[in-house]
Structure formats: structure tokens, C-alpha cells
Write a protein that binds this ligand. Structure first.
Ligand SMILES: [Fe+2]
Length: 183
């Protein structure tokens, strides 16, 4: 599967611009994580890009969300490792996260929301001048972007990253595609 094929499939299955941006942001963070950890950047990136492809198709029914997504990814030619990461990123299924790829997707997913929210409360609403320190401060404010599960983000420890390093890596990755994110 090429990135173009993955992106075409995302566009065909997802209407919400914000959801597409979320998947692009997750892709960017996953690529940066793979680079940092010496893993396959393309495999990790495409896993991030595809991970929520079924959200609209499943109408956010958590019992089928990510099962359909994993199937769609397989149809596109994703490896079993990629499909597994997509499947188990939804905790509803109770499928244990086993590989580094599984664990990376799980913690990268909510970080995008925290960083996006931290950018949007700035006067310029941009990522460019947002500092990792500010995002770390926001992380500690429980009511800020409450949907960005702090416990889940903290699971970066499972792939050997300290929280501050993870936030910095995620922020830099998202800054790299700021234009695509409209931030
Ligand atoms: Fe997601």
C-alpha cells in the first residue's frame, strides 16, 4: 500500500475534515516515533493515518469501531501488525496491546487532541510558536481538553519515552505538517 492509496481510502470513507486532520496528525507523530525508536517509519505512519478510518462508517459505535478499521486496512494491504495495532487501539475490545506499534498508536492518538487544543487557545491559533512547556502545563490541567486522555498519553512510558520527550516529539511532528492541519 502506498501512502497515496491510504490517503485516498481515508478521503473516501471520512467526511469530517477534523477527523482527517486528526489522522494526519497521528500519522506525523507515528512517523516521528518510528524514527526515534528505529522502527519502520512507513509502516508506523500508515497505521496512524488509517487508524480511525471506520469512525463514520461505524457511527462511533465503539463495539465495531476499529474492527471494521482493521479489516479495511487489511484490504488495502496493511500488514497483520498494522491491523492489530488499529484493532487494539480501541480498548472496548479488551485486546491486549502487545507490540511497540500497538503501544505507540495507543499513546499517540490522544496526544494530537491535546496539542491541537493547546494551539487553538493561543491568540494566533497556530502551532509555530507553541512551546512544549506550554503543552506540558496544559497536560496537568485536567479540565483542559478533557477528552485527551492523560492516562493514555502517559503510556508513552511503555515505549520508553518520558512524557516531556513525547510531548516535544509530538509537537515537532505536528509543526512539520501545520499547514495540512490548518494550524
Ligand atoms: Fe484516533
Amino acid at each position: 500500500m502506498t501512502r497515496e492509496e491510504a490517503l485516498d481510502s481515508v478521503s473516501a470513507n471520512v467526511e469530517s475534515e477534523n477527523l482527517i486532520k486528526h489522522m494526519l496528525a497521528t500519522e506525523a507523530i507515528m512517523r516521528a516515533l518510528a524514527k526515534r525508536l528505529g522502527e519502520d517509519e512507513e509502516e508506523w505512519g500508515l497505521t496512524g493515518l488509517l487508524h480511525d478510518i471506520d469512525v463514520e462508517l461505524t457511527e462511533e459505535d465503539m463495539k465495531s469501531h476499529s474492527k471494521l478499521g482493521a479489516d479495511l486496512a487489511r484490504e488495502l494491504g496493511a500488514s497483520e501488525a498494522m491491523a492489530h495495532a488499529i484493532l487494539c487501539h480501541n480498548e472496548t475490545h479488551g485486546i491486549p496491546r502487545e507490540t511497540k506499534l500497538d503501544k505507540a498508536l495507543f499513546c499517540a492518538d490522544p496526544l494530537t487532541g491535546l496539542i491541537t487544543a493547546a494551539a487553538l487557545v493561543r491568540p494566533d491559533k497556530k502551532l509555530a510558536n507553541l512551546e512544549a512547556k506550554s503543552v506540558e502545563k496544559r497536560f496537568k490541567e485536567k479540565s483542559f481538553a478533557a477528552g485527551a486522555d492523560r492516562e493514555q498519553i502517559s503510556q508513552c512510558s511503555e515505549i520508553g519515552l518520558e512524557l516531556d520527550e513525547f510531548i516535544e516529539l509530538g509537537l515537532e511532528a505536528m509543526k512539520g505538517i501545520a499547514e495540512d492541519l490548518g494550524l
